[in-house]
Design a protein around this ligand. Structure first.
Ligand code: CUA
Length: 156
């Protein structure tokens, strides 16, 4: 059976697009190492409070201009709820949820992620401008979802 010429052309274009898309995705994943910022570190959501790292949430200075924020999330609060860091410091947030999935978003920055039960989430952010930032939960987590927030004060 002879194929219609136009049919052949479109088939080649369609297969070509698939091959190009797979090539781009493969190049990004394997050659450039682009992957979601998730870590495969496990934590039992039931015992977050007894976890050696998460038993005392807070802001810790870990090096020269480097800070670590150990943060726990639960309906409907972030702990610590008030974070103060210096301007230009590299701040690594280590987060774990005690109950359901929560979102973490600081508007006007690249800090935007999800915290899923069972996993430790890590994200690093540098705040280049002093001021007060608000951290909100952007993943619906229950009736108090819209009240779930924390403040980040970046000092000069
Ligand atoms: Cu936590 Cu919405």
């Amino acid at each position: 059976m002879k194929m219609n010429r136009m049919e052949e052309i479109w088939m080649i274009i369609a297969v070509g697009i698939i091959i190009i898309a797979m090539g781009i995705t493969g190049y990004q994943a394997f050659a450039l190492g682009m992957a979601p910022p998730s870590h495969k570190e496990h934590i039992d959501p039931q015992t977050v409070e007894e976890h050696p790292e998460f038993s005392e949430p807070g802001v810790y200075e870990t090096g020269d201009n480097q800070y670590e924020v150990i943060m726990t999330l639960q309906a409907f609060q972030f702990e610590p709820g008030e974070i103060t860091v210096p301007e230009g410091a590299e701040v690594t947030f280590r987060m774990a949820t005690k109950d359901v999935v929560h979102g973490v978003n600081v508007p006007h920055t690249n800090l935007n992620t999800m915290v899923v039960p069972g996993y430790i989430q890590e994200i690093t952010q540098t705040f280049h401008e002093a001021g007060e930032y608000i951290m909100v939960c952007n993943e619906y987590c229950g009736v108090g979802h819209q009240t779930m927030s924390a403040t980040i004060t970046v000092e000069e």
